[in-house]
Design a protein around this ligand. Structure first.
Ligand SMILES: NC(=O)c1ccc[n+]([C@@H]2O[C@H](COP(=O)([O-])OP(=O)(O)OC[C@H]3O[C@@H](n4cnc5c(N)ncnc54)[C@H](OP(=O)(O)O)[C@@H]3O)[C@@H](O)[C@H]2O)c1
Length: 296
């Protein structure tokens, strides 16, 4: 059942990579969107894509929460990553949604929110608050994105090294943002996904070594995986402007990844979408084509 015409959906974090993937899928199914963004340029950009309404503001501004949720039927809450007030922002929006008569609250959480990593735990508390809120809800728990390759793609091409701050053998159920956007848009229709919590993991559990081998295969040249020492990585992040709170979250998260990776099961995402999931090779081929990096 499609979202009825006029059933406006509020999307927070709308201008980010997750927000854009979800908005693209929502627009494809004809869902009218109110996008919460903090920069006028981002608002103009989303309007060009077909977003019906944009609301400018900072999510930490409690005065904005009622305004953001008033008149919308459903909320897709995508918190800015590693935000120190993540739990409070979710609670504020959930309370506002109850006051303003929202019919479904979709919380964009994370795979395994119970692990001992700060932003996972903040999402876990937000999940608990939502479940106890009485609002019809859907909780999405996505795995690590394939798209983490994008910011280092140029460096991979230039150096022939795919480097991240964890073991080259740790495994991750890497997932494509197109599949996550499609799943988010799907659960924002009708009431079939009310009171559900869905683990959204990618189709294969891959190590950095296996990712590098896939890139090498697509590019037709040697690419190797390398473990950047965590202190070197954190110093680079500090130099790039990351604050102490964020550096600490990055440290704990990457130590967890180093020891355990982040693996889930792809069945639920496959079942939701009713098709095979996009593979890491699909993702790399697209990236290589976009940057004309593939051999002819
Ligand atoms: N990365 C992964 O592998 C992964 C996996 C599972 C779950 N997640 C979760 O996905 C969520 C979104 O991540 P993402 O990678 O899409 O983030 P992103 O690309 O960094 O986008 C975040 C967006 O939030 C906006 N924003 C930041 N602070 C704000 C504030 N105070 N008020 C209003 N807007 C604000 C940013 O605005 P500007 O455009 O102005 O910067 C940006 O558009 C996070 O909660 C993350 O934990 C990520």
């Amino acid at each position: 059942m499609a979202t009825s015409k006029g059933e406006l959906v509020l999307v927070t974090g709308a201008a980010g990579r997750t927000g854009r993937a979800c908005i693209a899928a929502l627009l494809r199914q004809g869902t009218p969107i109110r996008a919460l963004v903090r920069r006028p340029e981002a608002a103009a950009d989303l309007q060009k894509l077909g977003v019906a309404e944009t609301l400018l503001g900072d999510l930490t501004d409690a005065d904005l929460w009622d305004e953001a949720t008033r008149g919308v039927t459903r909320v897709l809450h995508i918190c800015p990553p590693m935000h120190p007030q993540e739990t409070d922002l979710a609670k504020g929006l959930i309370d506002a949604s109850k006051r303003t008569g929202v019919k479904q609250f979709v919380l964009y959480s994370v795979l395994h929110p119970s692990i001992d990593v700060p932003h996972h735990r903040r999402k876990l508390v937000a999940e608990e608050y939502l479940i106890n809120s009485g609002l019809p809800y859907t909780i999405l728990q996505p795995g690590r994105y394939m798209a983490h390759l994008l910011p280092i793609w140029r460096a991979v091409l230039e150096t022939g090294v795919h480097a991240m701050p964890f073991s080259v053998t740790s495994k991750f159920s890497l997932v494509h943002l197109d599949d996550l956007g499609a799943a988010a848009a799907l659960v924002l229709q009708g009431d079939a996904h009310h009171f559900a919590t869905y683990q959204l993991a990618g189709p294969q559990a891959l190590s950095m070594t296996q990712c590098a081998a896939t890139i090498a295969d697509v590019l037709g040249r040697d690419i190797r995986a390398d473990h950047i020492p965590l202190d070197v990585f954190l110093e680079r992040a500090r130099a790039a402007g990351a604050n102490e709170q964020r550096l600490n979250v990055m440290k704990v998260m990457n130590l967890h990844y180093d020891h355990h990776g982040l693996v889930g099961n792809p069945n639920v995402l496959r079942w939701l979408l009713g098709r095979d999931l996009k593979t890491y090779k699909d993702y790399v081929e697209d990236l290589a084509d976009q940057s004309a990096a593939r051999p002819n």
